[in-house]
Ligand binder design. Structure first.
Ligand code: HEC
Ligand code: HEC
Ligand code: HEC
Ligand code: HEC
Ligand code: HEC
Length: 234
């Protein structure tokens, strides 16, 4: 009987830790946003066909990724350029692209559902990352192989900071020596197949593209990526 309060307290403590740990995990973006894949309008859009099989560059449609903070989704006119009346009728079933022609004729936009979202109180910009040599692959995964885009990274604050630390040098005021393992040669940022097969598949020390290595890439950044609160929360 004397043991009852002790055991009770222990069980309570263990239970509490479980609840806290569970809440901690379930409340992180990793749990409920990775894999997020909404239903898209019409027959949707297939990256595996367009960016994989046809090999279109990401910037053919996401025209602003290098110049602006926000990556854009293409307007219906971009689709219509290839899917106008009569075009490609021998390759694509008419019903599948009807939604493009209808939207174009009615001068309506296609309401693509947004997948990757950072909350309003944190600021993220594409241009700085893409121009610094961070591949779309590091943040969005192998888009060229996705029939339907889904989210592969949690996009939480720890994720942002891990990469920022790994892209920092002590000589520039970093708190630890980064390896540059997330950087690719800038001309390869949209070459996701190359990135997966020829770069990220190799250990950091063995990556070399005409003399460009993770060490030279981290060296060539002008400054360390920020870790102070106001850089992202303002
Ligand atoms: C022919 C046009 C086209 C090309 C080329 C293209 N995309 Fe897209 N992309 C779209 C459209 C349309 C959407 C919105 C529908 C969807 O999510 O599938 C989209 C959505 C996305 C999204 C999800 C956006 C969100 O809502 O969070 C990502 C990430 C993305 N594209 C990355 C890429 C990458 C990386 C490449 C190059 C490997 C690429 N795209 C090539 C047209 C294109
Ligand atoms: C550069 C030309 C080009 C552009 C731009 C383009 N497509 Fe396509 N699309 C094609 C070709 C070629 C095919 C047929 C591929 C095949 O043979 O299977 C195709 C196939 C399709 C299909 C049928 C295959 C499927 O997914 O079921 C749909 C739907 C489609 N495209 C939607 C779009 C949308 C939406 C856009 C704009 C965001 C777009 N396409 C932009 C060339 C293009
Ligand atoms: C450092 C990480 C990172 C890199 C590199 C990156 N993205 Fe993104 N992307 C994000 C984040 C985070 C969001 C959500 C942004 C937001 O909510 O403001 C996003 C959103 C998007 C969207 C949706 C935009 C919208 O308005 O619906 C598209 C499209 C996209 N990215 C395409 C690309 C392409 C193409 C590349 C490569 C050229 C790329 N991204 C590189 C992190 C990244
Ligand atoms: C895979 C690596 C990687 C990830 C993930 C990443 N970053 Fe970065 N970020 C960088 C690098 C590299 C730079 C340095 C760019 C430069 O200074 O040339 C940078 C720079 C920045 C800057 C400074 C840009 C400026 O205009 O001063 C901000 C702000 C930033 N990142 C926010 C974010 C946020 C928010 C996230 C998460 C949603 C994020 N980053 C995720 C690699 C990353
Ligand atoms: C590199 C960019 C970046 C920096 C630097 C940064 N944050 Fe964040 N922070 C984020 C992002 C992105 C989120 C949103 C995460 C999500 O979706 O849950 C966030 C979320 C938060 C939240 C909401 C709770 C949570 O953890 O999700 C708080 C509080 C916060 N940050 C405080 C801080 C403080 C304090 C600092 C400085 C010590 C800081 N942040 C530095 C990017 C950053």
């Amino acid at each position: 009987m004397n043991a009852v309060p002790t055991v009770g307290a222990l069980v309570g403590a263990v239970g509490l830790v479980g609840v806290v740990a569970g809440g901690w995990y379930w409340l992180t973006p990793d749990f409920f946003e990775v894999g997020y894949q909404p239903t898209q309008p019409g027959s949707g859009f297939n990256h595996q066909i367009h960016a994989g099989m046809l090999g279109l560059d990401c910037r053919y449609c996401h025209t602003h990724v290098e110049e602006s903070g926000a990556a854009n989704v293409p307007s219906v006119a971009t689709c219509y350029g290839c899917h106008s009346e009569g075009k490609l009728d021998n390759r694509v079933k008419k019903e599948k692209i009807e939604f493009i022609r209808t939207a174009y004729a009615a001068d309506r936009t296609i309401e693509w559902r947004n997948i990757h979202v950072v909350p309003d109180y944190a600021h993220f910009s594409h241009d700085v990352h893409v121009n610094a040599g961070v591949s779309c692959y590091s943040c969005h995964g192998q888009i060229r192989g996705m029939p339907v885009v889904h989210q592969v990274k949690g996009l939480g604050m720890g994720w942002c900071l891990d990469c920022h630390r790994d892209s920092s040098l002590k000589a520039r005021g970093g708190n630890r020596e980064g390896t540059g393992s997330n950087l690719v040669p800038p001309e390869k940022v949209t070459d996701l197949i190359w990135a997966e097969q020829e770069w990220f598949s190799k250990p950091v020390e063995e990556r070399n593209f005409n003399g460009v290595t993770p060490a030279t890439l981290i060296e060539s950044l002008h400054r360390n990526p920020p870790q102070h609160c106001a850089a992202c929360h303002f």
